[in-house]
Design a protein around this ligand. Structure first.
Ligand SMILES: [Zn+2]
Length: 480
């Protein structure tokens, strides 16, 4: 990409971010449109929302990127190939393969007006694109990855460590990089500058806060006006809707350093990303382990209420395994083992949605947890796929406040299952969507895979998984 395009893109991305966080900004007439690296692409079928997922016509995107697209009528399969990649996609199926590796789709691909529509996230995953969706303008933005070769070289003397002042001559203001704006959304602080600088991040406790120093920077005039600051003053923006973060403060901390402070509710981890042309993003998340922060129980008796949900039951057998054993039985065996361990620890109230082979509606499972005002909800399932080759362990979250729990749990769960890591995923699943506390759903392994299945019905495997699920719960809560 050319510099000009890139800079314009930064502006575009920033406006897009503003639009997410401050929806009143930039309300265009909602004409669904698709952009690839800033250029509009004509789509044969309009971009649509299906069950809240953005669906994009895959052929036009693939062909614009230089892939070939074939349609196999007999198997109702779309095959996309080129660039050492082969993507196979079946109509009405939630599974696709990328170079023979199986991936799950949020929504099955479907045909509309002769075009195959697939979930936006799949387009990004399969073709290595960054994807964004602007709900106010109903626009999809796709960005090809930046190979870094066009990044503006850092002039000597800028973007350094920010230390070692006093080299003699005064640096005039004009040589400092201007901070243009900032926005907080999706647990991420985005700061837009004229160009990248090397931020220095430090953590402080009591109270917990994240300090971001931007060396060789100053505020732009527009920034000062927007936030009603005089140069040398400081500003504060309260953050609502993100339990991890209370407010963001900013000031010209030193003559050549702008400082942003994220005032946090507890110790956080920070992940920094630079887009190469002046947009710095700092994503904060709950410290996953060893942070020494304990999440307090909601109940006054000081005990944690954990609801364990064995999936399916009675006439609802769930998946049927390669050996004709049922998922409902596996789920119950596994859940009872976790409960048995946890009930020996008097820091926990352990509640099971079912203790035997009974049937509950999904809404009943949710109601149990919500009525109890439980601290955590964990649903236990076994996975299944059309392909006997699919195998491994997945952890699902849906609401953002559950993601940290899923991240922590998945690490422990993998130690328990010792199966293939299929990742932590966001899934719009009833029980983790409608519960009100951090809630996750574990797909322990694949009952449709001979090797996974044999292990899953093994007593020792279940015991090991139970121990690690319990460890994951304790780690997330900050207990030893
Ligand atoms: Zn299930």
């Amino acid at each position: 990409m050319q510099q000009k395009t890139k800079r314009w893109l930064t502006g575009l991305m920033f406006m897009f971010l503003l639009a997410i966080v401050f929806p009143q900004v930039g309300q265009a007439a909602p004409q669904p449109s698709l952009y690839l690296d800033g250029s509009s692409i004509k789509t044969p079928e309009p971009i649509t929302l299906k069950n809240n997922f953005v669906m994009v016509p895959i052929r036009v995107v693939s062909e614009t990127l230089g892939y070939k697209v074939d349609w196999e009528k007999n198997t109702r399969m779309v095959v996309i190939y080129g660039d050492n990649k082969r993507i196979e996609l079946k109509i009405d199926s939630k599974t696709a393969t990328i170079n023979s590796k199986e991936v799950k789709l949020d929504q099955p691909a479907y045909i509309s007006g002769g075009s195959t529509l697939v979930p936006l996230r799949f387009v990004g995953e399969s073709m290595g694109l960054t994807v964004d969706w602007d709900n106010s303008s109903k626009s999809v933005y796709l960005f090809t990855p930046d190979d870094g070769s066009t990044v503006e070289p850092t002039p000597p003397g800028t973007g350094g460590t920010g230390e070692g002042n006093g080299t003699g001559s005064e640096t005039p203001n004009a040589s400092l990089t201007k901070v243009q704006d900032f926005v907080f959304g999706e647990n991420t602080l985005h700061i837009s500058l004229e160009k990248d600088v090397e931020p220095k991040i430090s953590m402080m406790t009591a109270p917990d806060r994240v300090i971001i120093d931007l060396p060789k920077t100053t505020f732009s005039q527009e920034f000062l006006e927007k936030y009603g600051m005089t140069n040398g003053g400081q500003g504060t923006q309260l953050i609502t809707g993100y339990p991890d973060v209370q407010q963001v403060r900013f000031a010209q901390f030193e003559k050549e350093t702008v400082r942003f402070v994220i005032d946090a509710s507890y110790a956080l981890d920070v992940k920094t990303t630079k887009n190469g042309s002046g947009l710095l993003s700092f994503e904060v998340s709950t410290k996953s382990s060893g942070g020494g922060t304990t999440i307090p129980p909601t109940k006054p008796d000081g005990k944690y209420t954990v609801v364990l949900d064995a999936g399916h039951g009675a006439h609802d057998s769930g998946a049927v395994s390669v050996k004709k054993r049922t998922e409902k039985d596996f789920n119950l065996q596994q859940t009872l083992k976790i409960a048995e361990l946890m009930r020996k620890d008097d820091r926990f109230h352990v509640v099971l949605t079912r203790e035997d082979d009974t049937f509950l509606e999904l809404s009943d499972r949710v109601k149990i947890a919500n009525d109890l005002n439980a601290d955590l909800f964990v649903s236990i399932h076994g996975n299944s796929a059309d392909s006997a080759a699919a195998n491994g362990t997945e952890t699902y979250w849906y609401r953002p406040e559950s993601k940290a729990f899923a991240d922590v749990m998945h690490k422990y769960l993998l130690q328990g299952t010792q199966l293939k890591d299929r990742g932590v995923r966001q899934g719009n699943l009833h029980v983790i969507r409608n519960t009100k506390m951090p809630g996750i759903l574990l797909e322990i392994g694949f009952l449709s895979n001979t090797s996974d299945e044999a292990k899953m019905f093994d007593e020792q495997f279940q015991q090991r998984v139970a121990e690690q699920v319990f460890n994951g719960i304790k780690a997330y809560l900050g207990l030893s």
